[in-house]
Design a protein around this ligand. Structure first.
Ligand code: ATP
Ligand code: MG
Length: 679
């Protein structure tokens, strides 16, 4: 018989691996089967439950939380609880809200589930409203209200805010009158996507509709309307490049919603992990289970679990098998800062990723070591490395990685120590790489291993000189000097640099204006032709840009449109007769540059840091970090200027020259946007 592996102790429930999609999962009876009712989930349900009290004024909520923190799953639970499906829920989720205590009957709201996209909010709501109504008013009995919604949705002109609100209130009254529900439960997921749309199209969509929606819900008294919005960050983050007065408006709108910040405390994440792995604790070898508890004891003593109660943590320890207690707090922070919270957590735990828990759990059970911080370092390097490189200025990742890479040794223990210190240096927060914590992480309660590790630590510091002790408050570190606090310098710059209102002039300085060779033409015909490249403002299109003669074979004119309106003007310009008489002139119209305002601001901030931080002169790593930041920003201008499909194509030359660079920058840009959102 083959040896038992660690993995044989897991009884995994599959639901943990996929993201929740509200509309799809609401009709899947299995969707909540493995959902864990943590204390935090319970408290959040209780808060929203308050809105059920007769005439409560707390009926508009916004749930804010990072990527993958469990917002949609929570909303799905709410839709089931308040939609009268309590008895269909898995046993652990029944009676989550104590309706008796609230003095209300079991509710039966009609859920209206909206997942926003980059389109007007009204359109998304009307679509979802129509879908919900069609569920309760079946075929023959087509209601008046359903017809009204359909008309608004399919009309030639976009419906106004008041018309949409009217439709919602009207539907609410109607379903109550027809006993189809106690009211509407409007859940708006991915609200951030709509806010992005609103920020980019201030002339088309106003966030004021949200304010009105919250007001209507709060005053809905005897005809309750509940509104729950889900989004990744505060409203202000989406309004980043709007002007000050617009930002204040957005704050005001946000203030109309009660906020629930979705951020599970560490011990509850531990609880989630233990539910996901579902370890057969009775089969964990006794010695190993006791080491798990011991390690938890020490980690709690080190203060690594903050103010969490020790007893429940000690009980939790063996259920986290084979994760060493020191791994949990580091894991949570790494995924919060550099990953996607619970989503990253579950793929670490359950997916077959290199150096992840599943790969590790192929080890034989009887003499298994726990999964320690140095194992986590390998996982992070493989799965997050490229992302960390982009943001190295905040984490010193490049430095950490290169020290560890270049340290040539056969001594496994020394390398484990360096990786342990490395991952703690990466976080650089209150989880200090002290001698005590490093010993706990690498050696646990094994006395022989502890003294061996102590000797190795000593050698790494005094003889090898790759570890530096920076005192009680800063702990062990992989580099000797105190590096400039770029994070703080960047924060100062954030305050000092205003949001740019117009960006074209700034971008122009960074653009490449060398003539472009028509390469395909050259390859196919052997004739060398080149085009002048002229960037200009939209106003200049009718003036000097067209008038200046050129010695090249042709001219490509790129009007830098600041806004959608300017872009329309530029596209209109391409139709003038004058251009017809110049077949070798091309006008290439890019997307509106206002999309790039936050990137311009980013570069300006780094330039500010460069010129206002004198200590940088003595800090090579810091300087390199900034140069890298500006390097990617430079390529992004070109990416942002990708030509719109409407503009005339001008051959392959331009594309090929920049394609590889653009691809790289595009990847960085995508990564960058993602990172920006969950940080
Ligand atoms: N309490 C919980 N019990 C079980 N699984 C959970 C729980 N909370 C979150 N998850 C799991 O975490 C993952 C992410 O959850 P979910 O999709 O709800 O997050 P989200 O915050 O909506 O993410 P995004 O911001 O990307 O939309 C899912 O796999 C989900 O099953
Ligand atoms: Mg979601």
């Amino acid at each position: 018989m083959s040896e038992k592996r660690i993995a044989d102790l897991f009884v995994i429930k599959s639901r943990f691996l996929r993201s929740t999609h509200l509309e799809r999962d609401f009709h899947d009876s299995e969707a909540l089967s493995g959902y864990v009712r943590t204390d935090f989930v319970q408290e959040s349900c209780d808060r929203i439950g308050e809105g059920l009290r007769p005439k409560s004024g707390r009926r508009a909520w916004r749930v804010t939380g990072d990527y993958g923190s469990g917002k949609s799953s929570f909303a799905l639970l709410l839709a089931n609880l308040l939609g009268g499906r309590d008895s269909e829920l898995p046993p652990q989720l029944r009676r989550v809200i104590d309706f008796k205590k609230l003095g209300v009957a079991q509710p039966s709201f009609l859920p209206v589930l909206v997942t926003c996209s980059r389109q007007p909010l009204g359109t998304s709501i009307l679509q979802a409203l129509h879908a919900s109504i069609s569920q309760v008013y079946k075929r023959g009995a087509k209601s008046r209200i359903s017809g009204k919604i359909q008309q608004l949705r399919d009309g030639k002109t976009e419906p106004g805010d008041e018309q949409i609100l009217d439709a919602i209130v009207d539907t609410n009254s109607q379903i109550i009158a027809d006993s189809k529900g106690q009211g509407l439960l409007l859940i708006i997921d991915e609200l951030g996507k709509f806010l992005e749309f609103a920020a980019l199209n201030p002339h088309r969509q106003d966030v004021f509709i949200l304010q009105r929606l919250a007001e209507v819900a709060s005053r809905s008294a005897n005809e309750p309307l509940l509104v729950v919005c889900l989004l990744h960050q505060g409203f202000h983050a989406y309004a980043d490049h709007l002007n000050q007065s617009a930002q204040r408006e957005w704050e005001k709108v946000a203030g109309r919603f009660d906020e629930i910040v979705f951020n599970q405390p560490i011990e509850q994440v531990g609880h989630l992990i233990s539910s996901a792995l579902n370890v057969r604790v009775d089969q964990v070898p006794k010695g190993q289970a006791s080491s798990m508890r011991q390690a938890m004891h020490r980690a709690v003593d080190l203060g690594w679990f903050g103010a969490a109660q020790p007893q429940p943590l000690l009980e939790l320890a063996p259920r986290l098998y084979p994760l060493h207690a020191t791994v949990l707090p580091v894991l949570v922070r790494i995924f919060r800062r550099f990953g996607q919270n619970e989503r990253s957590l579950f793929s670490f735990l359950l997916a077959n990723e290199p150096f992840g828990l599943q790969a590790f759990s192929e080890h034989q059970l009887h003499d298994a070591e726990p999964y320690r911080l140095h194992n986590l370092f390998d996982y992070v390097r493989t799965n997050f490395g490229h992302r960390l490189t982009v943001h190295s200025y905040r984490s010193h990742w490049n430095l950490i990685e290169s020290v560890i890479e270049s340290y040539a040794t056969d001594a496994a223990l020394s390398l484990q120590i360096l990786k342990t210190v490395g991952i703690l240096n990466l976080l650089n927060d209150d989880l200090l790489a002290s001698e005590e914590s490093v010993l706990c992480a690498v050696a646990g309660d094994d006395h022989a291993l502890q003294s061996e590790s102590r000797a190795a630590l000593e050698k790494l510091q005094r003889i090898k000189r790759v570890l530096y002790d920076r005192g009680r408050s800063r702990g062990l570190c992989l580099w000797p000097h105190t590096s400039v606090d770029l994070e703080k310098a960047y924060d100062d710059a954030r305050r000092a640099v205003q949001t740019p209102q117009r960006v074209a002039s700034f971008i122009k300085e960074h653009l490449e204006t060398r003539p472009i060779v028509a390469r395909r033409h050259y390859i196919e015909t052997g004739n060398l032709r080149h085009f002048d490249l002229r960037y200009c403002s939209v106003a200049e299109l009718v003036g000097p840009v067209m008038e200046n003669p050129s010695n090249a074979d042709g001219v490509i004119v790129v009007p830098l449109c600041e806004t959608a309106n300017e872009r329309d003007v530029a596209l209109e310009f391409t139709k003038i007769d004058e251009l017809r008489t110049r077949p070798n002139w091309v006008v290439a119209v890019p997307h509106p540059l206002s999309n790039l305002a936050s990137l311009v601001q980013e570069v300006q901030r780094w330039e500010w840091v460069m010129t206002h931080t004198a200590e940088l002169n003595a800090d090579r790593y810091g300087r390199e970090g900034i140069t890298r930041q500006n390097g990617w920003a430079d390529g992004i201008w070109r990416e942002g200027l990708r030509l719109s499909p409407e503009s005339k194509d001008f051959g392959d030359g331009h594309g090929e020259r920049n394609r590889e660079q653009q691809r790289k920058h595009h990847e960085i840009l995508q990564d960058r946007i993602q990172t920006e959102l969950f940080e």
